[in-house]
Ligand binder design. Sequence first.
Ligand SMILES: O=C(O)CCC(=O)C(=O)O
Ligand SMILES: [Fe+2]
Length: 352
Amino acid sequence: MGEVDPAFVQAIEHRPRLEPIEVADDIPVIDLSTVLNPPDHNTTQQIITRIGAACETWGFFQVVNHGVPADPRRKVAAVAKQFFDGSSEEKRKVKRDEVNPMGYYESEHTKNVRDWKEVFDFLVHDPSQIPASHEPDDKELKILTNQWPHFPTDFREACEDYAREVEKLAYKLLELISMSLGLSANRLNGYFKDQTTFLRLNHYPPCPFPHLALGVGHHKDAGGLTVLAQDDVGGLEVRRKSDREWIPVKPTTDAYIINVGDIIQVWSNEKYESVEHRVVVNSTKERFSIPFFFNPANYTMVKPLEELVNEKNPAKYREYNWGKFMATRSRSDFKKRDVENIQIYHFRVSDN
Ligand SMILES: O=C(O)CCC(=O)C(=O)O
Ligand SMILES: [Fe+2]
């Protein structure tokens, strides 16, 4: 291997530790079968309590018996592999750019360091509307649509079938999380009517310098909720709130990894936190993962929910517009910038 491209090299404090660590307390695995089958009120309540505790302690949990059928998941994993194994010419035909951020991309930067990965993004609701620019006073919207490769031929169908199934799970989880906050099941659903949800196929090729680079640098997910399928290779690490240690998320066959994003952090007035995570790569195995980023409508004004604030617990965030937040964030995906990109703490009201 020749020289290491400095664009991929993480600052020393962000480089991964590659030796496995012993993990005593693990991210909770929650079985949803009793909530999905004819619900039994008591067990549903127990599951809501466990979900609430996981959101508070970790910001992350895994679900099993979640109702997403195995077949669409298998199919989307198969077409993802075929697509990423295909020629760079085919990939170039569906390459995303600043005009259309959906499609293929291989040089995303997280926190201004290049990620060791290639991705394919598509909207779950096609078309979707987002702001035309990040400028606060520019009210213009633009229409986003998906672009699909011709190879493999069943790529689009597999992606769309899969997205439909995961969307059902995402709504179920949103309802359980809403109830865990003491709200009615459908309190948050309305925000997702004109959702800007997208799905991402991630491919992390083997990396010759896994001690220097990351598949995805440390970050928090900006949206509502993430529903992630990972294969059996492993690499996702979550920053444990109690001691800020990086804890690997053990692959569990057929499970989904769920994490709350910045929007739920704000809605819950920080009862739940959007927790930092990153992806470690390795020198021998490629890895695939498929996050579903469940995001509200572009026009959503995000602020702590009125039911959850009071004199003793005043709103910890100023209201912000989700579409503008997203538009500002995505500017930094395309080039390395000198300044930190927009972060949720910029909207935090100071404690005193
Ligand atoms: O690949 C993974 O396990 C996680 C990816 C991720 O965090 C992201 O794409 O936001
Ligand atoms: Fe993420």
